[in-house]
Design a binder for this molecule. Structure first.
Ligand code: BJ8
Length: 431
């Protein structure tokens, strides 16, 4: 696929059947295609195996939606989620399909602001706006959505979202005491019961063990990709890895893992040849903080546009999603669910207090990725990440890690200002 021939495919008939605002959505499709061409296809020396992920973008509003609709037609529930705390293993074990519905686009925010307050996190507004404006085929295709009680913006939005699409909510503990762990196990059991009820099936030890293997396989492939990009020089751009990580949230997991592994095979060959992206002496940056939902490529584009390369995402689009696996081949449902709750309780989201594990994890990932500096990225009005930034900053100061904090949203208005700050930060690192 050449830069000129790339387009995000249109499926107006299917969109109409899904009850979407077709005319408006088609304009968004064209804009996304244009941004993708400029941001991604203009890169030099991309791995050939990125072709699959480019094709996933070309079919983002069609091919994958058709697969979801086919799964539904065969009686498999399609469940939308917004947080890596929702246990995908349980959905897979019930024969269901999980899709991440987080919003990373400015285009849907005006739809949300007609209903929600303006001064809340853009990720929440973007996701909500996609449903309110009927401009997301994934939102239209899901049978129901599962929210969670991580942050205040999300948990109060679910009440409003429920008037548009059936919305269930899972309570996520805010601390990690034994009583919180007990409560979380109870929540996971309730989640399982709800998924079974909707899927009209009973999850067995065998189906659960099989689902755990699928998810472990997917997470292992992402771990492998992340450790290969840690090579110095790095064989792949941060933008490309971010795209793969974003596609992880809507692709079919077995196929996705196979394609990530094919990409990794190519990266191993590049490393052996000493091939560098973008150049051998590029400054290496690790990004930490809030996840970047598709198509939020703003920070990566600015950092890599300034000649640096991003070598790690310590966030839920990155390592927080795949750093932990689960024990396989559990003997009975109780022990499998206990293992599952343990795995998920390792996710060090800033919604927890205290969250000391995250400080240690940030330093660990900085060292492993051989980064030269950390940019902590947060979204406007995200209180938990914006406040936790203080502790990350102090940790970096103590460890002697060059550090910068960026708080942004999805609008293009602060691009110039962030660019200036990123360039100054890179200068400071380079000395
Ligand atoms: S486990 S990070 S995916 S909640 S940025 S919506 S916290 S106001 S994204 Fe997250 Fe789950 Fe935590 Fe991960 Fe709220 Fe903050 Fe917005 Fe956020």
């Amino acid at each position: 696929m050449t830069t000129e021939s790339f387009e995000i495919k249109a499926y107006p008939e299917m969109w109409k059947d899904l009850g979407m605002d077709v005319e408006r959505f088609d304009k968004m499709r064209l804009m996304l295609g244009e941004i993708f061409r400029k941001t991604y296809l203009s890169q030099k020396n991309r791995p050939l195996k990125m072709a699959y992920f480019d094709a996933m973008v070309a079919e983002i509003h069609g091919g994958r939606i058709k697969e979801l609709l086919a799964a539904k037609a065969e009686g498999h529930p399609v469940i939308g989620t917004f947080c890596v705390y929702i246990p995908e293993e349980v959905v897979l074990a019930a024969g269901g399909v999980c899709v991440g519905l987080c919003g990373g686009s400015q285009g849907s925010i005006p739809d949300a602001e007609k209903i929600l307050p303006r001064n809340i996190c853009p990720m929440v507004k973007s996701a909500f706006g996609f449903k309110a404006g009927k401009i997301c085929p994934y939102f239209q295709a899901v049978d129901f959505v599962y929210g969670e009680t991580t942050c205040d913006a999300k948990k109060k939005c679910w009440e409003i979202l429920d008037t548009m699409v059936p919305t269930y909510v899972m309570e996520i503990p805010q601390m990690k005491k034994q009583s919180d762990r007990t409560m979380w196990l109870h929540e996971v059991k309730e989640f399982k019961a709800k998924v079974e009820e909707i899927a009209g099936t009973t999850i067995t030890v065998d189906t659960m063990n099989a689902a755990v293997k699928v998810m472990n396989g997917k997470r292992r492939a992402l771990q492998r990709l992340n450790s290969l990009r840690h090579a110095n020089p790095t064989p792949i751009s941060g933008k490309d890895v971010l795209l793969v990580e974003q596609i992880a949230f809507y692709d079919e997991p077995i196929r996705f893992a196979a394609k990530v592994n094919e990409l990794c095979d190519e990266l191993e060959q590049r490393i052996a040849r000493g091939e560098a992206v973008p150049s051998k002496d590029a400054t290496r940056i690790m990004v930490a903080g809030v996840p970047m939902a598709l198509p939020n490529w703003k920070l990566h584009n600015l950092v890599e546009g300034a000649g640096a390369v991003i070598v790690n995402e310590e966030s839920c689009i990155g390592t927080r999603y795949y750093k932990d696996l689960m024990a396989e081949d559990g003997a009975d449902m109780e022990s499998i669910l206990t293992e599952l709750t343990k795995r998920y309780m390792n996710i060090d989201c800033s919604c927890f207090t205290p969250n000391d594990e995250r400080m240690a994890q940030v330093v660990k990932e900085f060292r492993e990725s051989k980064a030269d500096g950390i940019i902590h990225y947060s979204l406007q009005f995200c209180h938990t990440y914006n406040i936790e930034e203080i502790r990350i900053r102090e940790t970096c100061a103590k460890e002697g890690i060059p550090y910068m904090f960026i708080e942004s949203d999805y609008s293009p208005e602060d691009v110039g200002q962030i660019q200036t700050r990123v360039e100054a930060f890179l200068e400071q690192i380079r000395g």
